[in-house]
Write a protein that binds this ligand. Structure first.
Ligand code: ATP
Ligand code: MG
Ligand code: MG
Ligand code: MG
Length: 438
């Protein structure tokens, strides 16, 4: 991409109404634009990052054996009357009436619809187990939408649903998602801590929130600091094997959100120097809820003994759009975003310090071609802006590597490489720059 042809409406001033750094940087870097409270357009730069995050989430779902489909954003109210949630959900649900006076709603989540899909096609234990997921926009009429995409009203969620014959099998599905989430957040450059979460009236220990520690987080959390430093299981995990030890290694350490926190247990179980109380951002939430939806909706399966029983279900959400904010909260400095390479909107930013100078243009073009060929998705700043402005923009949008090219350096056969994360700069020949960056 050439910056002169791209659409990058960066703001010079800091937006006054944005309270947290990720929201400020997303507005300044021209990633999002608010259209109504909690409702955003995704401008090209933000959209690129959103798609990269979505793709990593998808790849890790697929690796764990989940199957992708796509359900609509609008749902018939009748489905929610069957589960009893139409009245219960309250004002967070956006209710819509169509021209035939039929009640619809903009889905805040999809348990009812996926259960209806399942019951239409699956009747036997032979159809199990299954994990189905989609990545789709949700709407929740949040009372206080804030912090940009962190708490939007319209937001992108990945939601998976598992179907199993019994609780033991459902636990294996739960473990698959637990491990898939650890790997997903790791690939996104985040340290997500699984924390025991409230299971509501169903009880049991099978609900965890995945929390990113950040001062601007909305939840208060308490955990053993050893959990924060524990690495992810890794992409070579055998999802058909026994995942319980990987899960146990984490769930045996203390970690709880405010609602689940027990001060006495915390003090008894965690050595003082490892007692971490902090604020966190909920980026994922997994839940086993048994037959809560399958029973009222009549999603039954025939067991090997010939009897029909409601299928056991779980649901597993990731806040895909919230993750942009969470990643920026974790990776930024005063100058702007510092994207992990896995989700960066561009791989390398080429800065042409003197467009119109034949040698500089030629060097930039050959670097651009080589980087495109190597799949590095370069952004070439070929505009006539001052160098200072170019450096500031490239820092702001957080491209991981910069290749700075100007007539003075080229005279000595040199270009400069800058690594955004550390600010390190090296002077090297164009060839060795390219062999490093490709
Ligand atoms: P919160 O506690 O932040 O309100 P939640 O517990 O209501 O979230 P879930 O129903 O567990 O949300 O949804 C799954 C995931 O969707 C959450 O873990 C979060 O990452 C994301 N999410 C929920 N609400 C929003 C929102 N308003 N804006 C952006 N992402 C959201
Ligand atoms: Mg909520
Ligand atoms: Mg929550
Ligand atoms: Mg939740």
């Amino acid at each position: 991409m050439r910056l002169s042809r791209f659409f990058l409406p960066v703001l010079k001033e800091t937006p006054a109404d944005a309270q947290i750094v990720s929201h400020r940087l997303m507005l300044r870097a021209g990633m999002i634009r608010q259209e109504a409270a909690g409702i955003y357009s995704w401008l090209p730069l933000g959209f690129r990052v959103l798609k990269k995050i979505e793709q990593i989430v998808r790849e890790e779902q697929d690796r764990a054996g989940a199957i992708e489909l796509l359900m609509p954003t609008l749902q018939p109210a009748d489905l929610w009357r069957e589960s009893g949630r139409y009245e219960d959900y309250g004002k967070e649900m956006l209710r819509i009436v169509d021209r035939h006076e039929r009640d619809l709603l903009y889905g805040p989540t999809n348990e009812e619809m996926i259960t209806a899909i399942f019951r239409s096609y699956c009747r036997s234990y032979k159809d199990l187990p299954k994990i189905l997921y989609h990545i789709q926009w949700k709407f929740r009429d949040e009372i206080r939408p804030r912090f940009g995409v962190m708490r939007g009203r319209e937001f992108l969620m990945k939601d998976s649903y598992s179907f199993d014959l019994d609780e033991a099998s459902a636990r294996r599905a739960y473990n698959r998602m637990f491990v898939a989430y650890l790997n997903t957040f790791d690939r996104l450059g985040l340290k997500a801590v699984p924390m025991r979460a409230d299971t509501g009236p169903i009880g049991g220990d099978l609900s965890h929130e995945f929390i990113i520690l950040a001062e601007t987080g909305e939840s208060e959390v308490f955990c053993d600091s050893a959990l924060v430093d524990m690495g992810a299981p890794g992409l070579d995990v055998d999802f058909d094997g026994d995942l319980q030890p990987l899960v146990d290694a984490r769930t045996s350490l203390y970690a709880a959100t405010e609602e689940m926190h027990e001060a006495e247990r915390f003090a008894a179980e965690v050595p003082e120097e490892r007692r971490l109380s902090a604020r966190g951002i909920e980026v994922g939430h997994i839940f086993y809820f048994g037959t809560k939806y399958s029973a009222p909706l009549g999603a039954n399966v025939t067991h090997p003994d010939g009897k029909d029983r409601p299928v056991h279900m779980g649901s597993y959400g990731v806040g895909v759009s919230r993750l942009l904010g969470a990643i920026i909260e974790a990776h930024h400095d005063e100058a702007g975003c510092i994207w992990p390479e896995s989700v960066a909107p561009f791989g390398v930013g080429i800065i042409n310090l003197k467009p119109g100078d034949a040698d500089t243009d030629a060097a930039c073009q050959s670097a651009y071609d080589a980087l495109v060929k190597a799949g590095k998705d370069p952004l070439l700043d070929d505009t006539h802006e001052r160098p200072g402005g170019k450096f500031a923009t490239m820092d702001l949008i957080g491209v991981p590597w910069q290749l700075i090219t100007g007539p003075r350096g080229l005279k000595e056969g040199k270009v400069e490489i800058k690594r955004r994360a550390t600010g390190e700069r090296f002077e090297v020949s164009l060839e060795s720059a390219l062999s490093q960056l490709t």
